[in-house]
Design a protein around this ligand. Structure first.
Ligand SMILES: Nc1nc2c(ncn2[C@@H]2O[C@H](COP(=O)(O)OP(=O)(O)OP(=O)(O)O)[C@@H](O)[C@H]2O)c(=O)[nH]1
Length: 233
């Protein structure tokens, strides 16, 4: 059992976005300062590392929600998390629309079917919207103003960055999101153990140059729901 007195506070972030927007590259960049050009995975990945937040060591867990299954709303991952980072590529309008759909659905639909929990899970949850790949400005499909407007509408912070170029905005975005999480963390109504089970502390992929650890999570058996577009009234 986790000894809360001995362990640093824990913060959990879900990184969500459609395929190829740079979620894995972003997480690895944030945690290791390195850029991994090709990292394709069709399963969720969990990263764990101790990082300083405002000078205090915090155990950071980041789930990289695979973008390969966009028809399934990442309910359990969102319930698991203390905060969500929604990533799109400024060169891919459909990825912006997916991030927008997630924000809209979070606003309209309780993530576990209960209005009370939905309110708690969404209105109290810090959100950040990040447009990646600004180094490809010549291929841009999503104007900065559109991202800004969308984030304002949903009370999310907004940034644009290039993970490839190692832009400081990426670190500022994640750091801000982490500082927005209230600590000690809120009481969970959802069993994280059920989701990640014995995987945490289990198989570690040593190919990742992290000082922490990374494990693959099986696809979370979230309740099936219609595609996002069909869910909007
Ligand atoms: N030009 C450019 N390419 C990037 C940037 N960030 C990531 N990429 C590239 O985009 C591709 C996809 O990156 P990933 O990190 O695998 O994207 P992902 O969102 O995790 O993709 P899925 O695993 O399919 O969900 C890779 O070829 C990366 O090298 C960036 O800032 N600029």
């Amino acid at each position: 059992m986790r000894d809360e007195r001995a362990c640093p506070p824990r913060v959990r972030i879900a990184v969500i976005g459609s395929s190829r927007v740079g979620k894995s590259a972003l997480i690895v960049r944030y945690l290791t300062r390195r850029y991994i050009g090709e990292y394709h995975s069709n399963t969720d990945l969990l990263y764990r590392q101790t990082v300083p937040i405002n000078g205090t060591p915090v155990e950071l867990e980041v789930i990289d929600v695979s973008g390969s299954n966009l028809d399934t709303f990442p309910t359990e991952q969102i319930q698991w998390a203390d905060a969500c980072l929604l990533v799109y590529s400024v060169t891919d309008r459909s990825s912006f629309e997916y991030a927008t759909d997630i924000l809209n659905t979070l606003k309209k639909t309780p993530v576990n079917g209960s209005p009370a929990h939905g309110a708690a899970a969404t209105t109290c949850m810090p959100l950040a919207l990040l447009g990646n790949k600004t180094d490809l400005d010549h291929l841009r499909q999503v104007p900065t103003k559109e991202g800004q407007a969308m984030s304002t509408l949903h009370g999310a912070s907004f940034s644009e960055a290039s993970v490839a170029d190692n832009s400081g905005d990426l670190y500022r975005c994640v750091d801000r999101l982490l500082t927005e999480v209230r600590m000690p963390q809120r009481t969970r109504k959802f069993s994280v153990t059920k989701m990640l089970g014995s995987l945490i502390g289990g198989t570690t992929n040593n190919n990742q140059a992290t000082r922490g650890s990374m494990v693959a999570c099986p696809r979370v058996p979230a309740p099936s729901r219609p595609p996002l577009a069909a869910a909007a009234p």
